[in-house]
Design a protein. Structure first.
Length: 142
């Protein structure tokens, strides 16, 4: 399974490079057409590649710098056809308003291998929430 894990790691690395470059076509190429995406921003879910493409276009437009997406603590459980992965992703860069950001999100992926290789069929991005205040906690470090 080492080869399978290496293929998935390469896909996730490409995802990060595409985000850094703000290359929408390359980023969308890692997602299945029927992807279901749970993000840290509303709505509850994005269903399908068209909805996710719109979300990512909006996301890219909110940054003046490249978008850092450094995967850490990656764990993969895979067979030859399906896989699950979870990781911490360090997001960093400069927003349009000039604010420098550097925070971690939690990411879980479901993937399947088709004739074109591995694709993400479901991605869940989250941050911890302080239940007393209802506020996202984005200053935690691994």
């Amino acid at each position: 399974m080492e080869a399978v894990n290496a293929e998935i790691e390469a896909l996730l690395e490409e995802r990060g490079r595409a985000a850094w470059d703000k290359d929408l076509d390359r980023l969308m190429a890692v997602f299945a057409p029927e992807v279901v995406y749970f993000d840290i921003v509303p709505p509850l879910r994005y269903t399908g590649a068209a909805a996710l493409r719109d979300r990512f276009a909006d996301w890219f437009g909110r940054w003046q710098s490249p978008i850092g997406q450094q995967v850490q603590e990656l764990e993969i459980l895979a067979t030859r056809e399906v896989a699950a992965a979870h990781m911490l992703v360090r997001a960093s860069g400069t927003l349009l308003n000039g604010r420098e950001v550097d925070y971690f999100v939690r990411v879980s992926d479901s993937l399947r291998r088709g004739s074109a290789g591995w694709l993400i069929t479901h991605e869940h991005v989250s941050v911890p929430v302080d239940l007393a205040t209802g506020s996202a906690v984005i200053d935690l470090r691994p």
